[in-house]
Design a protein around this ligand. Structure first.
Ligand code: HEC
Ligand code: HEC
Ligand code: HEC
Ligand code: HEC
Length: 190
C-alpha cells in the first residue's frame, strides 16, 4: 500500500526526469508519425501505384515525349497530377481518396466504361490545371527560361504573346500531350 502510494505520488508530482521522458516520448512519437506519413505519401506517388488502377494510361504514355526524349528526362504521373507544394499535396490526397470510392463503384474498370467517362475526367483535369495556372507544367517548364530563338516559329509566336501576357495557360493550348485526347462527344460544353 505504502509502495503504491509512493508510486502514485511520483506519478502526480512529475519530477524533472518524468517530464523529460514524457517530452521525449512525444517527440519520438511525432517523429515516427511524421516518418510513416511521409513514406505513405511517397509510396502513393509512384507510377506502380497509379498503374494499379490506370493501366491503359500507363501503357499509352510510353509513346509520348514525356516518357522518352532526347534528353532522357521523364515526367511521371505524379509530376503532372500531384502538386509539389506540401500543403497542396495533402489537399490533393484527400480529394484523391474519392478515387478509391469510385474504384469500388467500378466507374472506369472496363475499356468501354473508361472510354465513356474519359472526356469527363479530362475536363476535370483541365479545369484543375487552368485554375492553378498549370503549376505542375511550370515545375519543369519555366517561362522565364524559355529561349524563343531555340523554339519553332509557331511556338515562339504563341509563347511570346498569349502565354507571356497571362491570357492563356499551358493546358489551354497543350491538350493531350501526355495522353490520347478523349472523345469529347456528349461532354457538356463541347
Ligand atoms: C484505387 C484505384 C486508383 C488509384 C491507385 C489511382 N486512381 Fe486515379 N482514378 C481512379 C478512378 C476510379 C478514377 C475515376 C473517378 C471517376 O469516375 O470519377 C480516377 C481518376 C483519375 C484522374 C481524373 C481526374 C479526376 O480528378 O478524377 C486522374 C488525373 C487520376 N485518376 C490520376 C491518378 C494518379 C496520378 C494516380 C497515382 C498517383 C492515381 N490516379 C491512382 C482510381 C485510382
Ligand atoms: C517532370 C518534368 C516535366 C513536367 C512536369 C512537364 N514536362 Fe513537358 N517536357 C518535359 C521534358 C523533359 C520534355 C522534352 C524536352 C526535350 O527533349 O526537348 C518535355 C516536352 C514538352 C513539350 C514539347 C512537345 C514536343 O513534341 O516537342 C510540350 C508541349 C510540353 N512538354 C508541355 C508540357 C505541359 C503542358 C505540361 C503540364 C501538363 C508539362 N509539359 C509537364 C518535362 C516536363
Ligand atoms: C497560346 C497558346 C500556347 C500557350 C498558352 C502555350 N503554348 Fe506551348 N506551344 C504552342 C504552340 C502553337 C506550339 C507549337 C506546336 C507545334 O508546332 O506543334 C508550342 C510548342 C511548345 C513546346 C515545344 C517548343 C518547340 O518549338 O520545340 C513546348 C516545350 C511548349 N510549347 C511548352 C509550353 C508550356 C510549358 C506552356 C505553359 C507555361 C505553354 N507551352 C503554353 C502554343 C502555346
Ligand atoms: C506531362 C504531364 C502529364 C503526365 C506525365 C501524366 N499526365 Fe495524366 N493528364 C495530363 C493532362 C494535361 C490531362 C488532361 C487531359 C489531356 O490533356 O490529355 C491528363 C488526364 C489524365 C486522366 C483523365 C483521363 C484522360 O485520359 O484524360 C487520367 C486518369 C490521368 N491523366 C492519369 C495519368 C497517369 C496514371 C499518368 C502516369 C502514367 C499520367 N496521367 C501522366 C497530364 C499528364
Amino acid at each position: 500500500m505504502k509502495l503504491l502510494k509512493a508510486f502514485w505520488q511520483r506519478l502526480i508530482s512529475p519530477s524533472k526526469a518524468a517530464v523529460g521522458i514524457v517530452l521525449f516520448m512525444g517527440f519520438a512519437g511525432g517523429l515516427l508519425f511524421w516518418g510513416a506519413f511521409n513514406t505513405g505519401m511517397e509510396a502513393t506517388n509512384t507510377e506502380e501505384f497509379c498503374s494499379g488502377c490506370h493501366a491503359p494510361i500507363v501503357a499509352e504514355i510510353q509513346e509520348t515525349i514525356h516518357y522518352s526524349n532526347r534528353s532522357g528526362v521523364r515526367a511521371i504521373c505524379s509530376d503532372c497530377h500531384v502538386p509539389h507544394e506540401w500543403s497542396d499535396k495533402i489537399v490533393r490526397k484527400v480529394q484523391a481518396s474519392k478515387e478509391l470510392f469510385f474504384h469500388f463503384m467500378g466507374t472506369i474498370d472496363t475499356e468501354e466504361k473508361f472510354k465513356a467517362r474519359r472526356g469527363h475526367l479530362a475536363e476535370r483535369e483541365w479545369a484543375r490545371l487552368k485554375n492553378n495556372d498549370s503549376l505542375e507544367c511550370r515545375n519543369c517548364h519555366e517561362f522565364e527560361f524559355m529561349d524563343f530563338s531555340e523554339q519553332g516559329p509557331r511556338s515562339a509566336k504563341q509563347h511570346s504573346t498569349a502565354l507571356a501576357s497571362g491570357e492563356k495557360t499551358c493546358v489551354d493550348c497543350h491538350k493531350g500531350i501526355a495522353h490520347k485526347l478523349p472523345d469529347m462527344h456528349g461532354v457538356e460544353g463541347w
